[in-house]
Ligand binder design. Sequence first.
Ligand code: GUN
Ligand code: ZN
Length: 425
Amino acid sequence: MADLLLGQVLSFRDDPFEMGEAAAQHIEQGAVLVEGGLIRAIGEAAALRAAHPGARLHDYGRDLISAGFIDAHVHYPQTAIIASWGKRLIDWLNLYTFPEEMRFADPAYAEEIAGRYLDLVLARGTTSICSYATIHPASVDAIFGAAKARGMRVWAGKTCMDRNAPEGLRDTAQSAYDDSRALLQKWHGIDRLSYVITPRFSPTSTPEQLAVLGALWRENPSCLMQTHLSEQTDEIAWVKELFPQSRDYLDTYEAQGLLREGAVYGHAIWLTGREKARLTEAGASLVHCPTSNTFIGSGLFDMGLARSLRVGLATDTGGGSSFSMLRTMAAAYEIAQLRGEALHPAQLWWLATTGSARALHAERQIGNIAPGMEADLVVINLASTPAIAQASTRAETLWQALFPTIMMGDDRAIRDVWLGGRRYS
Ligand code: GUN
Ligand code: ZN
């Protein structure tokens, strides 16, 4: 039986970084028809009700129906260390992250955190994530198992590290290749799951490990490859020491076959001119992690890159300080303001939905409301707290009504979540 969701409906016909707010489509008394896991139609409520009299109705009144949020860069194993005080990247990794990731040697702990993490993000309207696991293969099984049980479209991969990490968190070039390959064969393309080849970052991989992962990627071209790039200046100086023969940070990946379409680089703040040109030429994706970049003190991402590259948006849990893509949009707005640009709410919303889907090469499946796309939806209450309600009540446009929720909203703004055509919450 078909479901017909009634409310205000927001979708995108185009890229608001090119077309401005005209890229968005807002239907004030709108409807979305869902059947068999897919969106079948979007339009005026009256017309769709008349055309589908047998559909089950879900009347959301003045609430906003949107594609679910897509968090394009997270570390689900860092759920329990989110909001840890006082360190910059390398010290933060050593003091908080690595000891926590060590606990994932226990598959039961990995399962507990994977379930906890997905429930936290679903409650915040995030319907898809792209995650790093830990070096332990069971940590990949845990997140895919939890995603499969919930019907979520999820990307994940075993984090590979064969140096500059503590004993117990290191693999080797060979075992990274073997384990990644086995996990890829086990999970890639099962239900809504995709394996991602995942070297953590150049400081924790030898050139030999990067090279075998480059080979694995060539052998499995339908996979994405994710890693970190140019997040902090001290990290970049360290990469220079570790790879004296490389032209720059990107070259440490490029030289090993880890740069092409389907490469997804987190952070990418301190890029050189050559790096920007090569990333654009290669068709790579970047992921902006604004709450992480302020929280760990990394720097201000150049959103101008969204005009030439696929750019997604992410929390970077747990370097980021929030599980919420609303808070993440707010931080993206604030960072752009510090660089002298006011991002339009349409651009912020697009980044958290279609932009992230494009960064993950899944824009035909998720991240928008259009016939044939998978029915991952979020329903937003635009007056979820007294503070937001009093600011949005005088709004004359959708954008004025939505912006207070972008800036001040949290899990209370999430009225409902639909996953693969089924009501989740
Ligand atoms: N660079 C390498 N590993 C990490 C990580 O876990 N978080 C962040 N923010 N940056 C990284
Ligand atoms: Zn990260």
